[in-house]
Design a protein around this ligand. Structure first.
Ligand code: SER
Ligand code: ZN
Length: 501
């Protein structure tokens, strides 16, 4: 049950105190026309008052016609009606008070707040009280989104702390582990890797770089090229408009690295900044802030959003379906805060992201082929102990949404590797070293991508080079001699590296 009660005031272009009769008629007619459909009352003007140049209205409804929508219609009718006969026009609308009550599926577990309104909840009934609302605000559909946001926040309270959805699909045989060390620590002490210079970033010296690059090479040679994927190169910097479309903007705003442009590139405007830097030999942060624009973009978070953007509004020829492309150039940044560990949980990582667009049948078949190629890599080349599981689709997580199993036509498969240094197979957390998703028409719709005839779906797969590396090394050790033959075919000897004194 919904109830809306709106107290609004029209500012009129002239004194209407003499038009009592006309207003009485106008209000009665409005109640019978605009606010009614057949015998059904859509909304009701319960009270009104005229005073000099204003008309105050109190409108209620049970939701069929929202009073704020009624208000915009009344405004037009009033302008037409009184404009013609009495040359009175409507200058503006002021919402003095707007009360909206609606039902929730569950009682909230704790308080709920949202911008623009005071929220009160009794049992399963929520009431939002808005004051001082502009006409623009009403037109832009904020009210409906505010109600949805309250409902969503209450529902989310029930999911907090709930176990993540996880369903095993397949697992390899147990494989004997060669060691139980943390590969990052060992590579650091051997000088293959250097931490930093900023949080969660790494400098890969020749030995570690060679392993990461081998991973990239294997992914391309063993998975992507055999399946006909074509390489694209995308921009590293993602404008907010892309993330607004994918849902990342509302889902992950606390994990982005933001990109700020200089306000001007005129050296004169930077004179004080340069002076201060030369004199103090420090970065004058406050002065810097004055010279920067607010961010309108961020560093790559995932590569697929921009690939979809590149197809925005396009009609793809049937002969190009399924589209299968990959980017291996954009480097991703995620602000990890507490969770950082080694090269496996970092703020900056290297990933190849294949993206595919085609019919449902094409994508389901491509998924089978990808799985087959991936299995070949992890079984025959890496000789890995690993498993696959259905998990919450990444696009839900990254849009800040709660657990959903997907349908198995659509959804995300995580690939997880046993990490001997973390403990036993049963009790330790396995490392998610890759994923693969089919996402239905979510991004196809968001970016308005079409085909001549076919109904399109899309999907992507994340091949994290650091994750492949650390999963492999955690099981197989750092000595190339003990690596599986399949891998040795790709990398038999490590580069010499650099000796330090
Ligand atoms: N887009 C997918 C993800 O973010 C694959 O990289 O997990
Ligand atoms: Zn993706």
């Amino acid at each position: 049950m919904m109830r809306f009660a709106l107290q609004a005031r029209f500012t009129l272009s002239g004194d209407v105190s003499g038009l009592t009769k006309e207003f009485e008629k106008f209000i009665a007619e409005t109640n019978e026309s605009i606010l009614k459909k057949g015998p059904e009352k859509l909304a009701v003007i319960e009270k009104y008052a005229i005073e000099k140049g204003t008309l105050s209205l109190f409108i209620t409804s049970e939701g069929t016609l929202r009073p704020h929508n009624a208000l915009l219609q009344i405004k037009n009718a009033l302008s037409k009606d009184l404009g013609k006969t009495h040359h009175v026009g409507v200058r503006g609308i002021t919402i003095e008070n707007y009360m909206i009550s609606f039902d929730l599926a569950h009682e909230p577990l704790k308080e709920v707040t949202i911008p623009f309104a005071e929220v009160k909840i009794q049992g399963k009934q929520a009431t939002m009280v808005l004051s001082d609302v502009s006409e623009e605000f009403l037109r832009r559909n904020y009210i409906d989104r505010m109600m949805n946001r309250v409902k969503e926040k209450v529902e989310n309270q029930y999911y907090e702390g709930k176990a993540e959805f996880w369903k095993l699909i397949w697992k390899s045989k147990e494989k004997p582990s060669i060691w139980t060390q943390d590969p990052t620590e060992q590579m650091e002490s051997l000088g293959w890797l250097k931490q930093g210079p900023t949080k969660g970033k790494w400098f890969y010296r020749p030995q570690a770089a060679a392993i990461l690059k081998t991973m990239e090479h294997i992914a391309i040679k063993e998975v992507l090229e055999p399946l006909g994927f074509q390489e694209v190169i995308e921009s590293h910097i993602k404008p907010f408009e892309i993330w607004l479309k994918t849902g990342h903007m509302e889902g992950m705003p606390y994990e982005f690295y933001y990109v700020a442009e200089p306000k001007t590139r005129d050296a004169k405007d930077w004179e004080r900044f340069i002076d201060l830097t030369k004199i103090t030999k420090e970065v004058p942060v406050e002065e810097l802030q004055k010279n920067l624009s607010a961010p309108t973009a961020g560093i790559c978070y995932a590569q697929c959003p921009m690939i979809y953007w590149s197809f925005k509004g396009k009609t793809i020829a049937e002969t190009s379906l399924p589209v299968s492309v990959y980017d291996k150039t954009a480097i991703s940044a995620r602000y990890e805060s507490g969770g950082r560990h080694g090269i496996e949980r970092v703020d900056e990582f290297h990933r190849i992201e294949p993206v595919y667009i085609g019919t449902r049948e094409q994508l389901l078949s491509l998924r089978e082929k990808l799985l087959e190629r991936y299995k070949h890599v992890f079984n025959d080349i890496f000789d890995l102990e690993w498993r696959m599981a259905w998990v919450t689709p990444w696009y839900m997580q990254q849009a800040g949404k709660i657990a959903d199993e997907g349908t198995q036509d659509t959804g995300t498969i995580d690939f997880e590797a046993y990490m001997p240094y973390r403990g036993t197979r049963q009790d330790s957390e396995w490392l998610e070293f890759q994923n693969l998703s089919i996402l239905g028409d979510k991004y196809i719709t968001a970016f308005n991508i079409k085909a001549q005839k076919s109904v399109l779906w899309s999907g992507c797969s994340g091949i994290g080079l650091e994750r492949w590396t650390t999963a492999f090394l955690a099981q197989k050790g750092l000595d190339p001699k003990s690596w599986p033959d399949g891998f040795k075919k790709y990398l038999q000897n490590l580069p010499e590296g650099i000796q330090f004194l």
